[in-house]
Design a protein around this ligand. Structure first.
Ligand code: ADP
Length: 608
């Protein structure tokens, strides 16, 4: 995608910068005020010391003022500067330490909250995902950029007003020199910032690739695979190298333009026009025309640099704010995203298990892509135990994602007790479904918190223990020194525990038991368990779920055998359905699969 530089109206730039300012101000109003006051204090003191102060001392020497007066002046100035420094340290070394993380946290929490509510399809769209990653990764920087913006704004204006007034009084024509370099630099800065933004956007996909490789090498999840498959690291390093090469090419492509722009701005427009031409002008005025004193030459030239810099700072304010605004735009459009999976009617979800009907449903992940669910009709009665079977890619996981409204069907309807599930309150609806995915995640939190999925909530231990018992985790729990309070993963806690695949799976399953849901969905709940554990789990699962409806996906047909009804899927369609016995009688694909698995099982038993 070729990044295009959007032209932003002034109002939008202002709005976006105000947006960040409001967030920062509401997080830490005192700091923002103290920060602005410190900038004003600093610049006023600099003016007082370098322009007024040096001018006073030089003129005292040139015109012979009493030494005593000069000495008192210098000491008073020195004390004032000291006091100012103490205030500056207080603001920048003390208040900022607390305020800065607080402001960043506020913005990050807003983003996290939104990320949590994003429709899953946002993750399937690489362009959207790219923008989302950019928004989150740039959030911290925008807080820093806002402070820099305030710094530029107040520094620029204070110096401009104080030094500008001084120039107008002393020698108004000097201002023309500054004005010329000001106009030219301001134009160039705009071009420069746009170029930087374009480069950043171009580099973004490559930087994501680098970040991915980085993650693979440090995350525990990949450690085993990396050791067992020596080719993967090489391939990843090649990817990293390729991304680096692309980044280098982008930088190289733009290096010449960047150099020319900065050379024009710094050397031609600033150094030559203001320094060389201006000093010639001042010396001419003092020596040939005798219109100004020698002290004035020194002070004017000395202040000229600062005046010039203040104008440069002023020229930077708007482009800087525009660049911030471009990023803030992304953050805001992310925050403004309204989840499509919502409900207009927000009907209350029935508390008891109800009847699910899937009427001719179809679904594709992307617009125009091939349907992965085709014309499925299915009825799931209350308290029924339903198994979905089929080879990889048949559409089983997609079907349960539709059932729990992580996606919405493209055609047809899914209803619960005759009401389209899209009419129920979506949060409440999902709350009534206890799901364990194949790719479930355990969190760096205690065992109890991992069951509750509500960190820090004060809940009695009893129901948690009950859920752990039903999933068969209690035995492992009794070996854990800190019981329910045992921290999981050794990433943050010294005494943190890493669970085996099967143990972790049992723990994840206990979440579904703990949740007071009327429908339990299990995506290959026993894939990491050994056959005995699987048998025990299935027994206890069915016992515990007697008063719930259960839909589960399993590859082990010994598990699906326990189901009241089995649906066999292929290419997103139901090709066979019925009880285990009925399907065996049918002697179709399910029966074929069963024979292969039963054969394996018997062979395994013979080997033992
Ligand atoms: P199963 O659970 O039976 O193995 P899935 O429901 O996971 O099958 O996948 C069905 C089809 O949908 C597969 O072709 C898979 O590649 C595709 N698919 C799954 N998830 C996504 C996704 N997030 N984006 C695009 N296609 C997907």
């Amino acid at each position: 995608m070729k990044p295009k530089q959007p032209k932003q109206p002034f109002r939008q730039v202002l709005d976006n910068n105000m947006f960040i300012l409001k967030i920062c101000f509401s997080a830490s109003p005192l700091y923002i005020l103290a920060f602005i006051l410190d900038i004003l204090r600093n610049q006023l003191l600099i003016f007082f010391e370098h322009t007024y102060g040096i001018g006073y001392v030089l003129e005292s020497v040139e015109y012979g003022r009493p030494f005593q007066n000069v000495a008192v002046f210098i000491i008073a100035l020195f004390i004032l500067i000291g006091l100012g420094m103490i205030y500056g340290a207080f603001v920048n070394q003390l208040i900022s330490l607390k305020a800065l993380p607080k402001m960043k946290q506020k913005l990050k929490f807003m983003l996290y909250e939104k990320a949590r509510k994003l429709d899953l399809e946002c993750y399937d769209n690489p362009e959207y995902y790219n923008e989302f990653v950019l928004a989150v990764s740039e959030a911290d920087k925008q807080v820093e950029r806002l402070l820099e913006f305030l710094n530029k704004l107040f520094t620029g204006l204070t110096v401009f007003i104080t030094t500008g007034t001084y120039f107008l009084i002393k020698d108004w024509f000097s201002v023309c020199f500054v004005a010329v370099s000001f106009l030219l630099s301001s134009l160039l800065m705009q071009v420069f910032n746009r170029l930087n933004y374009k480069i950043r956007l171009q580099k973004n996909p490559q930087e994501r690739k680098r970040a991915y490789v980085n993650r693979v090498f440090y995350l525990n999840d990949y450690a085993k695979e990396l050791r067992l498959n020596p080719d993967i690291p090489h391939k990843l390093l090649d990817k990293f190298k390729a991304a680096n090469k692309k980044i280098y090419e982008i930088d190289r492509e733009n290096a010449k333009r960047k150099f020319i722009l900065s050379f024009l701005r710094d050397y031609v427009f600033n150094d030559f026009i203001s320094d060389v031409l201006y000093i010639i002008y001042l010396v001419y005025k003092a020596t040939v025309l005798s219109l100004i004193s020698y002290s004035s030459v020194v002070i004017l030239f000395n202040s000229f640099g600062r005046f010039k810099r203040s104008l440069r700072t002023i020229t930077e304010i708007y482009p800087y704010a525009s660049e911030t605004s471009l990023y803030v735009d992304k953050i805001r459009s992310f925050l403004d995203y309204e989840p499509r999976i919502d409900s207009k009617k927000r009907l209350a979800v029935p508390g008891k298990p109800g009847i699910f009907k899937l009427d001719n449903i179809a679904f594709a992940y992307n617009e125009g892509a091939k349907s992965v669910i085709n014309n499925i009709n299915m009825t799931i009665k209350p308290y029924e135990k339903v198994a979905l079977v089929g080879y990889n890619g048949a559409g089983k996981t997609t079907l349960i994602k539709l059932l729990m409204r992580l996606y919405d069907v493209k055609e047809g309807t899914i209803s619960l007790n005759g009401v389209d599930i899209r009419d129920y309150d979506v949060a409440q609806y999902r709350e009534h479904v206890g799901t364990v995915f194949q790719d479930y995640m355990l969190y760096a939190a205690t065992v109890k918190e991992n069951v509750l999925l509500d960190i820090g909530e004060a809940v009695p231990e009893e129901p948690v223990m009950e859920a752990l018992e039903q999933s068969g985790f209690v035995q492992r729990l009794s070996e854990l020194k800190y019981g329910l309070a045992t921290p999981l993963t050794a990433e943050f806690e010294e005494n943190g525990v890493n669970l085996s695949g099967g143990e972790a799976q049992k723990l994840a399953i206990s979440r579904a038991f703990y949740k007071n849901s009327s429908l339990i969905i299990l995506d290959e709940p026993s894939s990491a368990l050994d056959p005995i554990a699987e048998y025990q789990l299935n027994q206890s699962m069915l016992e515990a779920a007697a008063n719930k409806t259960v839909v589960f996906i399993s590859h082990r047909l010994s598990t699906t055998r326990l189901a009241d009804k089995i649906f066999m899927l292929e290419d997103g369609r139901i090709i066979e359905s019925g009880s285990h016995e009925e399907l065996l009688k049918l002697d179709g694909k399910y029966a074929g699969m069963w024979r292969v698995q039963a054969g394996q099982y018997i062979a395994e038993q013979h080997l033992e």
